[in-house]
Ligand binder design. Sequence first.
Ligand SMILES: Nc1ncnc2c1ncn2[C@@H]1O[C@H](COP(=O)(O)OP(=O)(O)O)[C@@H](O)[C@H]1O
Ligand SMILES: [Mg+2]
Length: 258
Amino acid sequence: MSGGDRRPLVRAVGVRKLFGQTEVLRGVDLEVLRGEVLCIIGPSGSGKSTFLRCINQLETYQGGKIFVDDELIGYEEAAGRLRPLTNRRVVMQRRRIGMVFQQFNLFWHMTVLENIIEAPVRVLGQPVAQARDNAMRLLERVGLGAKADAYPMKLSGGQQQRAAIARALAMSPELMLFDEPTSALDPETTGEVLAVISELASTGMTMIIVTHEMGFARQVADRVVLMEEGQICHQAAPDQFFGEQAPARLKAFLSTIH
Ligand SMILES: Nc1ncnc2c1ncn2[C@@H]1O[C@H](COP(=O)(O)OP(=O)(O)O)[C@@H](O)[C@H]1O
Ligand SMILES: [Mg+2]
């Protein structure tokens, strides 16, 4: 982690999320410091994706508060009451946050380069030439300089995911969210994607990474969190987290992975 600024960039306080009658986030409390890399692990269905999606406003949340850079996400407070933000404000908040999904979510009808410049041009109003220069720089960075004009279909899963990372970075986000970025990949291409994420981590980008790659989490994370049944139930620095002193429920979960 880059030293210096230890203020939280993300602050979740008692976050609750319901799907119908089912409470899938049951009071999530979590802080992520600037420059910190946080890995979230936990069983399937424990609410990891939902939590990331609430931070990025792909879902609304019904209780508690999420702050990014001290700004309340999704709501404004007026006369002691919370009111959902207008779409325009949602877009403004969301553009500071990059998200990378398990299934890449590239636009199939656009080349890699077109995928990357789309949001900077449309949302940020960047001139196309500037957006292209920036995109080419990002593609070089993720090792895809030669694939700018390829369509996603022609790329391997690992290449598609690296393109998706470049696309997220093109918005110059303050925060990057990764939701199981390698779980749809072949083992051969997993490593190249993890290498790109590690490189990004070393630059001081604030990141929340949901992953089942325990070796990767141990190596890249400043802190690891176990989520179960919609709550954060354990967190520690990686050496402690994966060490001998891990609580029984964590050891039980880890034993299901290997
Ligand atoms: N759009 C949805 N509608 C209804 N239930 C959902 C929806 N998305 C997720 N869920 C439920 O919420 C719970 C948490 O899901 P999720 O956040 O995807 O867990 P994880 O990412 O930890 O596997 C699961 O029980 C899941 O079935
Ligand atoms: Mg998930």
